[in-house]
Design a protein around this ligand. Structure first.
Ligand code: ZN
Length: 249
């Protein structure tokens, strides 16, 4: 808990949360961009290549192999940050969550208005007929043939509704996120170093009075923030006691 943050939350009625990978790492979901020693033994290309639209088109089987190993997560549960944000929405204080994560954990925690800038692994559609498939379908295809998930109705490839490198973000999602950020009187940015564009550029639409940044590293938004919180996001957003760590400007 951060008393200065709680004070700001009490003082505002139109809060928007903008979050990134750091929100999910506390649920045990590793950032797929993190490349360790084992990575090089397993994969021939960097993650940005393997998750590009070109790679998906040209090396479809390898794409799904990587996708299943690095992007689909098992048994992850919402953490204290997800739960608090959902609670703030129920209380009428928080109007939207804008996230760069693709794991669906905000909805699992109970959040309703969630703009998933990079899509969701939980939604998958046939590229030919549009039929919906759950994530389990993509996983199960791993044990069959070349591992490429194919529609049971028409044989088309079933593609995750996840924004790949080289692909544009969904327009309606962007519009919803921009509109929520523009109307917000308080913006909480958490668990993101604001390095991934165009998503990170959205915070420039914020016109409200208090910007709070909760992150373990510095971000380009720190200079605009009224409050910087340098502690894990679950701890920062929890209502229970914990040690401090906020810098009030
Ligand atoms: Zn189909």
């Amino acid at each position: 808990m951060v008393p200065e943050l709680e004070r700001l939350i009490q003082a505002h009625q139109n809060i928007v949360f903008f979050g990134g990978a750091g929100v999910s790492t506390e649920s045990g979901i590793p950032d797929f961009r993190s490349v360790d020693g084992l990575y090089h033994q397993k994969f021939k290309y960097p993650p940005e290549t393997m998750l590009s639209h070109t790679f998906y088109e040209q090396h479809t089987a390898e794409f799904f192999d990587f996708y299943r190993q690095k992007l689909i997560v098992h048994g992850a549960k919402p953490n204290a940050a997800h739960l608090r944000l959902a609670k703030l929405e129920r209380e009428g204080k928080l109007k939207a969550v804008v996230t760069q994560n693709i794991d669906g954990l905000h909805q699992a925690a109970g959040s309703k208005t969630v703009y998933e800038l990079h899509g969701s692994t939980l939604r998958n559609y046939c590229t030919r007929c549009g039929k919906f498939y759950p994530v389990s379908f993509i996983e199960e295809a791993g044990g069959k043939g070349d591992g490429v998930p194919r529609c049971t109705d028409c044989g088309g490839i079933v593609k995750p509704d996840v924004v790949l490198y080289e692909e544009g973000l969904d327009e309606a999602t962007i519009e919803g996120a921009v509109s929520a950020i523009r109307r917000a009187d308080m913006l909480i940015v958490g668990g993101t170093s604001l390095a991934v564009y165009p998503a990170a550029g959205l915070i420039r639409y914020f016109r409200g009075d208090d910007l709070v940044v909760i992150n373990k590293q510095h971000t380009p938004a720190d200079g605009m923030a009224t409050l910087l919180v340098n502690k894990p996001i679950g701890q920062a957003l929890s209502e229970t006691e914990g040690e401090g760590g906020a810098i009030c400007r």
